[in-house]
Design a binder for this molecule. Structure first.
Ligand code: ZN
Length: 246
């Protein structure tokens, strides 16, 4: 099976379109979404509909999906994130809002092959930034392989019986093979708001047969996404950061 792994789209239609155009020529069997479909960007309905159209699809919710659809009120959000979530809630159609609202909490197990989580498999809203958090998750779980999102930073944490390793990915394509006896926590990066210093949209493909993962970066019309954010009256920092990848 070839799994298309998508995370943190954040209503960025331009970025999602570029990713889907890229994978149209590649074969994939199942789409897997790690949460945060909306919030920040200017096209919540279009991006929800694009992801809903992917079949077959396994999807879990992110913290922004919860606040934008009314599962939570966003009291933990900063001012900019909350403003964007409130704007998003007024724009979503009833159908899309309901679809987001019913997205399940992670972790989920996909085909007995791997786990997925938004933040971590222990707490959907917690972050894995570095080895300390990764080690903590490895200790409290037994998954050999888990894909996660939320930090918007593409990275691979590998745990051997002796040590934990961090592998930073390289652009535009980073391909590696999972080694037997190792456990992995892998972030495919963010499609709609990358934060690793590169503005390129980021996604992964996992081939469960060859046990290889590739993390791929795709250029898209950042200026158009920025213009849509400003035209919508969303906070300017949300437009500015897309060009910086921060
Ligand atoms: Zn996010």
């Amino acid at each position: 099976m070839r799994y298309l792994i998508l995370s943190d789209i954040h209503a960025n239609r331009e970025a999602l379109s570029a990713v889907l155009a890229r994978v149209r020529r590649k074969r994939w069997d199942k789409a897997v979404f790690l949460g945060d479909l909306v919030g920040y960007g200017a096209h919540p309905n279009q991006t929800v509909e694009m992801v809903r159209a992917l079949k077959p699809l396994v999807a879990i919710r992110g913290n922004h999906d919860k606040v934008c659809s009314g599962v939570e009120d966003g009291e933990m959000f900063n001012r900019v994130a909350l403003q964007a979530a409130q704007w998003t809630r007024t724009r979503l159609t009833q159908q899309n809002l309901r679809w987001l609202y019913q997205l399940p909490e992670g972790p989920a197990i996909v085909d007995d092959a791997f786990a997925i989580a938004h933040g971590t498999p222990i707490d959907e809203d917690a972050y894995i930034f570095g080895e300390i958090e990764a080690l903590n998750v490895f200790r409290q779980t037994t998954f050999p392989l888990c894909f996660f999102g939320h930090s918007h930073f593409p990275v691979v944490f590998g745990l051997s019986p002796e040590a934990i390793h961090t592998v930073l990915t390289t652009s535009p394509t980073f391909r590696f093979r999972l080694e037997p006896g190792m456990r992995y926590l892998i972030n495919p990066g963010s499609i709609g708001q990358p934060r690793d210093g590169s503005p390129l949209a980021s996604f992964a493909i996992f081939d469960s047969q060859s046990r290889t993962v590739s993390i791929n970066r795709v250029a898209y019309a950042v200026d158009r996404a920025q213009k849509r954010i400003l035209d919508a009256g969303l906070p300017r920092p949300l437009a500015d950061r897309l060009a910086l990848g921060r």
